[in-house]
Ligand binder design. Structure first.
Ligand code: HEM
Ligand code: HEM
Length: 189
């Protein structure tokens, strides 16, 4: 198995970064749009893609643990604060790729809403006996906690992502080093 090295990232790193990263950006946008505007038709799509990305994110975390964090593309010019900030942001991003789907599942499934992934029922909804139009929470407190984590971590993730993209652009446009190129699969020197 080919691991990351300073001049070139493994294809697995690049594919997992963009597959998880772009799906998450989509989920953030859809999540905010659907909940702000009560667009209930989008909920099943958001939940299904959010559930599926959990497995790819898990694979990515295992890969990161085996592979270690990438060394900086260029070793000069970065201040200790920049290095620390990049590391903290990477931790927030990678943790959120697991905690966002888990908290979403807690909020939804423990709230009695069930989960259907493109026609496959993963968790059944908990319908009220008195009014089958209504769903009842399975664990109200945990569902509430999951919903709150999903909400606050969602917005924290957006801040981390903005810093992350700003960092990537700074490397590319100001430092003119190979950081972004390396994550696009190119060999750098
Ligand atoms: C347009 C959006 C994005 C751009 C331009 C971008 C760019 C990059 C670049 C250039 C690196 C390499 C940093 C280095 O070599 O030290 C990187 C690493 C990383 N990115 Fe992104 N990224 C984006 C979106 C995301 C998203 C949405 C996430 C997760 C939610 C994410 C999570 C990470 C993590 C955890 C790393 C560390 C290396 C790894 O685990 O693969 N990125 N990103
Ligand atoms: C990486 C995966 C995910 C991301 C980035 C994400 C992101 C978001 C964001 C930013 C919101 C809007 C803020 C809020 O109202 O909480 C949201 C809402 C929501 N998400 Fe997710 N989500 C993900 C996965 C999931 C999963 C797996 C489920 C359930 C199975 C889920 C269920 C929901 C629900 C039900 C809402 C609406 C909450 C409301 O109307 O109050 N999400 N999501």
């Amino acid at each position: 198995m080919q691991y990351d090295n300073h001049n070139k990232f493994a294809t697995t790193t690049v594919l997992l970064h963009w597959l998880v990263g772009l799906t998450i950006i989509g989920l953030l946008a859809v999540g905010i749009y659907m909940s702000e505007n009560d667009v209930y038709e989008l909920y099943p799509w958001h939940k299904a893609f959010g559930f599926l990305v959990l497995f790819v994110a898990l694979a990515r975390v295992v890969w990161r643990m085996k592979n270690g964090w990438p060394a900086a593309a260029a070793n000069t010019n970065y201040t200790p604060i920049e290095r620390k900030l990049a590391a903290v942001v990477h931790w927030v991003l990678i943790s959120a790729t697991l905690l966002m789907p888990i908290s979403g599942l807690m909020g939804s499934v423990l709230g009695g809403h069930g989960l259907d992934v493109f026609g496959v029922e993963i968790f059944a909804p908990n319908y009220s006996v008195d009014d089958p139009e209504k769903t009842l929470p399975i664990n109200y407190a945990l569902s509430k906690a999951g919903g709150a984590i999903h909400f606050y971590l969602g917005y924290t993730l957006i801040v981390a992502l903005l810093l992350h993209v700003a960092g990537a652009l700074k490397h590319h446009l100001i430092d003119k080093d190979g950081t972004l190129k390396r994550m696009l699969g190119k060999t750098i020197n």
